[in-house]
Design a protein around this ligand. Structure first.
Ligand code: SF4
Length: 293
């Protein structure tokens, strides 16, 4: 049976596990001039880390702050330290070692998760992740978004598909879990294009998949495109339909980590229906997960 993240975490760790989004004070090659300066077309000023901690605080402080956010739900919870903002492996390896080690040494942290790009995993970083994986499980989250080169160019992703394949193979060889992010509703993509991306990810060796609705966020170039009427966003009904088709393709050995967007409501421009997370989640439960077996 296809597994959702919450069930997977309970079966692996034996309890409810929460993710704490951290900010290691990184930047990314799409912003610092290495691959580009404008960033991916959809990426917010905060490097997709709006819910991450304050980078001026230590990792331990950020973890403690993150724990407080779930304190009323869980007193003795366990946590995944999630380096979410920008590119979580884009720093000198000695700095990465110190940040990751501080995170996994926290007694309530059961695993480390690092969001990054496939072209930011040089050998020394892979070795570091392998070392940390011996202490606590490491997950690497890769922002692939699409397998289609024309879309990748349009969103200014800045690397090609072969970089993704190499990264997944290197990580899996080291027994590190790989979670691949894809965006549903990217401009110019048909439903078949999106389903092809799901199929590719599931066959790539990834152990998990995050399906995210395309959000138009304030201050991004995508917002300019949207306001000019050059791109559109999905309706709620279309999203649910596409999601259903995507989920049907996901095999049992690939864990579904997310099925909605997770944008900051304060900077969300469109689609505004996605602000009502409870309603969207109810539809996903009733219409997408109902027949999952
Ligand atoms: S999505 Fe990632 S790679 Fe793209 S601009 Fe944002 S932080 Fe950089």
């Amino acid at each position: 049976m296809t597994e959702l993240l919450s069930d997977h975490l309970r079966s692996v760790f034996g309890c409810k596990v929460y993710k704490i989004a951290l900010n290691g004070g990184f930047t990314c090659p799409n912003r610092d001039g290495t691959a580009g300066t404008g960033g991916c077309i959809f990426c917010s000023e905060g490097g997709s880390g709006e819910f991450a901690g304050d980078p001026s605080c230590s990792i331990t402080e950020q973890i403690e702050q993150g724990k407080k956010l779930v304190a009323d739900k869980e007193k003795d919870g366990k946590y995944i330290a999630y380096f979410q903002a920008y590119t979580g492996t884009y720093a000198p390896v000695c700095r990465l070692r110190s940040l990751y080690t501080e995170a996994v040494e926290h007694p309530d942290v059961v695993a480390l998760s690092v969001a990054t790009r496939p072209d930011c995993l040089p050998d020394e970083v892979l070795e570091l992740l392998t070392d940390i994986n011996r202490i606590k499980p490491v997950w690497v989250e890769l922002g692939l978004q699409t397998i289609h080169e024309r879309t990748a160019e349009y969103i200014r992703r800045g690397y090609d598909l072969s970089a993704y394949d190499r990264a997944v193979s290197a990580l899996r060889k080291r027994n590190i879990e790989v979670i691949t992010h894809m965006i549903i509703g990217l401009p110019g993509e048909s439903v078949d294009d999106m389903l092809a991306t799901v199929r590719y990810i599931c066959a790539s060796g990834a152990t998990g998949i995050k399906l995210q609705l395309l959000h138009v966020l304030k201050g991004t170039d995508l917002e300019t495109e949207y306001i000019a009427g050059r791109v559109d966003v999905l309706s709620e009904d279309d999203y649910i339909d596409i999601l259903k088709k995507c989920v049907e393709l996901i095999p049992d050995n690939v864990v579904i980590h997310r099925m909605t967007g997770d944008g900051d409501k304060k900077i969300l421009v469109a689609p505004l229906w996605s602000r009502n997370k409870k309603h969207v989640w109810n539809r996903i439960r009733n219409e997408v997960l109902r027949d999952m077996s």
